[in-house]
Design a protein around this ligand. Structure first.
Ligand SMILES: Cc1cc2nc3c(=O)[nH]c(=O)nc-3n(C[C@H](O)[C@H](O)[C@H](O)COP(=O)(O)OP(=O)(O)OC[C@H]3O[C@@H](n4cnc5c(N)ncnc54)[C@H](O)[C@@H]3O)c2cc1C
Ligand code: FES
Length: 277
């Protein structure tokens, strides 16, 4: 069992939990994830390792309460335990030594995944610009944390209630057009956002790493659920990724596969919310 040692509500939908998992904390690197099961009847759900404290032996996860499993996890409190918490899974993000300046772009809860990337790069002495986008002011998360691990933080909101009005891609495009020379861009968020970031960077030949979020089941390369096409080749995001060269990813196929169960989900009445979602 894995004890929850701290819990914080970051906004109405997003929860941060620090979980006692010393073996995972000892090995985890930016870009890796865990798979949890709340209890013996729970689904296997992947979440990125947002942070870890090797001394305390804890792993931080940040998740959006979107469906049954994340709602059940969010119902647990400090002192409660999670049945299974497996990791670190996936390949850690790798940057060449000559990478000196990076733009880290996060969208919504994707900022939870972008944050450890920015932190890891910043701590290695890389110059980091973070561009974090949200729908509106009330759902902005991790602003202080991202400020501490970046040279500059740009916040955008779709409705203009905070930061710059518009999308992360608008800010990224402007910075590049103004002459910023990024050695790489990291983009993490909704699939369409990652696709558009890649469209902005491609004409400039800027290497762009994306963190893919296909449906995962076992997380060990055996079920095939997370298969994606990258550079015309079949890859399994759980063992070959989740990070990939964004210019090589077939985003349209990923969006189609992620929507595979939309028809079944449409008629599902959630007993946890009385059918609200
Ligand atoms: C490598 C990886 C890292 C992730 N990291 C984070 C994170 O740090 N924070 C966060 O909020 N979310 C993260 N996600 C997404 C998260 O796994 C889903 O939101 C979660 O599975 C939803 O489950 P649910 O039962 O609460 O909702 P459901 O209602 O079952 O699903 C809601 C949506 O979540 C997606 N989803 C459902 N089951 C899975 C599954 N087994 N694998 C992948 N996606 C699924 C589908 O798109 C689905 O439409 C990550 C996904 C992957 C693949
Ligand atoms: S989750 Fe089963 S192969 Fe990747």
């Amino acid at each position: 069992m894995y004890k929850i040692v701290a819990k914080r509500q970051l906004n109405q939908q997003i929860v941060l939990m620090e979980v006692e998992a010393p073996y995972i904390a000892a090995k985890a690197q930016a870009g890796q994830f865990i798979i949890f099961r709340v209890d013996e009847k729970g689904e296997r759900i992947p979440l990125t390792i947002a942070d870890c404290d090797k001394q305390k032996g804890t792993v931080t996860i940040i998740f959006q309460t979107i469906g049954a499993s994340t709602m059940r996890l969010a119902q647990l409190e400090e002192g409660d335990s999670i049945l299974d918490f497996v990791g670190p899974l996936g390949v850690a993000t790798h940057f060449e030594d000559n990478v000196k300046k990076v733009a880290v772009v996060g969208g919504g809860v994707g900022c939870a995944i972008a944050y450890p990337q920015a932190k890891s790069l910043f701590n290695k002495g890389v110059s980091v610009d973070v561009i974090a986008g949200f729908r509106s002011k009330d759902i902005v998360i991790l602003e202080d944390e991202m400020k501490k691990v970046s040279d500059r933080l740009f916040v955008t909101t779709d409705d203009g209630t905070y930061g710059t009005k518009g999308f992360v891609t608008d800010v990224l495009k402007k910075l590049i057009e103004e002459g910023e020379k990024y050695d790489a861009v990291v983009a993490i968020g909704p699939v369409p956002m990652m696709k558009f970031v890649c469209e902005v960077t491609k004409p400039y030949g800027i290497k762009t790493i994306v963190s893919l979020n296909p449906i995962m089941v076992d997380g060990t390369g055996m079920c095939g659920g997370c298969r994606v096409t990258v550079g015309g080749q079949l890859k399994y995001a759980c063992v070959d990724g989740p990070d990939f060269d964004g210019h090589q990813v077939d985003f349209d196929e990923l969006m189609k596969r992620n929507g595979s169960y939309k028809e079944q989900e449409k008629d599902h009445v959630c007993r946890l919310t009385g059918g609200v979602r």
